[in-house]
Design a protein around this ligand. Structure first.
Ligand code: ATP
Length: 279
């Protein structure tokens, strides 16, 4: 279980996260949504050790992460993807995955879902990488340089890299951003396949259609605070949430209906209401 316990983050005078508490349970997919600037990425960055918290605790299965360096956080079982892809362009896909491998003493979490081996040798580690690539439909890209891949393929490699680390919590920061319809549908299937009893999955997204179809529960953030928390059904009908997005009731229905008819990606810019991202 991943817990944000009364977490605050200030950047100078700007309070990006204001006393936020979240509980991300294993076995379910938890989405964190909210308009641009709400603080979603800041939460991920704090959990993964890119930003220090100003106050509060972040616990992964009772291990306090907030003061640990990044590599120890990874070893504790947290992995993430980035809003802006961060692969090593000059390395092959397999090498990019191998970089993420951590000591094999971690519990066997997503092994069942992804068919990973319980062993610890280098050969087995490489075989795990190949297995994950296969599950994501990109085994044929293993020897290609990451920098030579199409954008959608790079997004999948990032996902693969997060998976091979055998996390207990995986944080996906806008995995569908810039993907087309087909790629988003594929991604949806991969996220659903990740669901396993020992893995806490956090999905940060602007694509409402994707969120509403894969999430078990949703936290809605606005201006650094939690505005609402509940099932997709409860969030869909929440008046405060609708107002936070568009400043008017009925917005969630509008967003979803529009998402079905147009491109998948929705960007909600602070103060500008709804706009369509053009990948
Ligand atoms: N490195 C930083 N330095 C200063 N301020 C920052 C930094 N990172 C984020 N912020 C501020 O923190 C607040 C929350 O930003 P954050 O990126 O977490 O929002 P978000 O919900 O992820 O938005 P988006 O959907 O656009 O990614 C914003 O006011 C932002 O300007």
């Amino acid at each position: 279980m991943l817990v944000f316990d009364h977490v605050t983050k200030r950047f100078g005078a700007n309070t990006a996260i204001d006393d936020v508490s979240l509980t991300i349970r294993p076995g379910v997919i938890t989405a964190v949504i909210g308009p641009n600037g709400a603080g979603k990425s800041t939460l991920v960055n704090m959990a993964a050790g890119s930003f220090r918290t100003t106050s509060g605790r972040i616990l992964l299965d009772d291990v306090a992460l907030q003061d640990l360096p990044k590599y120890k956080i990874a070893r504790a079982g947290l992995s993430r993807t980035y809003q802006n892809i961060r692969l090593f362009d000059g390395l092959t896909v397999l090498q990019n995955l191998e970089v993420a491998l951590v000591p094999r003493s971690l519990p066997r979490l997503i092994m069942q879902a992804f068919g990973l081996s319980p062993g610890s040798s280098e050969a087995e580690a490489r075989s795990d990488c190949e297995t994950v690539l296969q599950r994501l439909g990109i085994a044929h890209l293993g020897e290609r340089h990451a920098g030579s891949l199409a954008y959608g393929q790079q997004k999948l490699v990032e996902l693969a890299r997060a998976i091979v680390a055998r996390p207990r919590a995986i944080l996906l920061d806008e995995p569908a951003a810039g993907l087309n319809h087909g790629e988003t549908d594929e991604l949806k299937a991969h996220i659903q396949a990740l669901r396993s009893p020992d893995l806490a999955i956090v999905l940060i997204e602007h694509d409402m259609k994707l969120i509403m179809s894969v999430s078990d529960e949703i936290y809605v953030m606005a201006r650094g605070a939690v505005l609402a928390h509940g099932t997709p059904e409860a969030i869909r009908g929440n008046r405060q949430v609708q107002e936070a997005y568009l400043g008017q009731p009925g917005a969630m229905g509008t967003i979803e209906a529009a998402a079905r008819g147009r491109r998948n990606r929705i960007r909600v810019r602070a103060g500008e209401g709804l706009a369509w991202g053009q990948p």
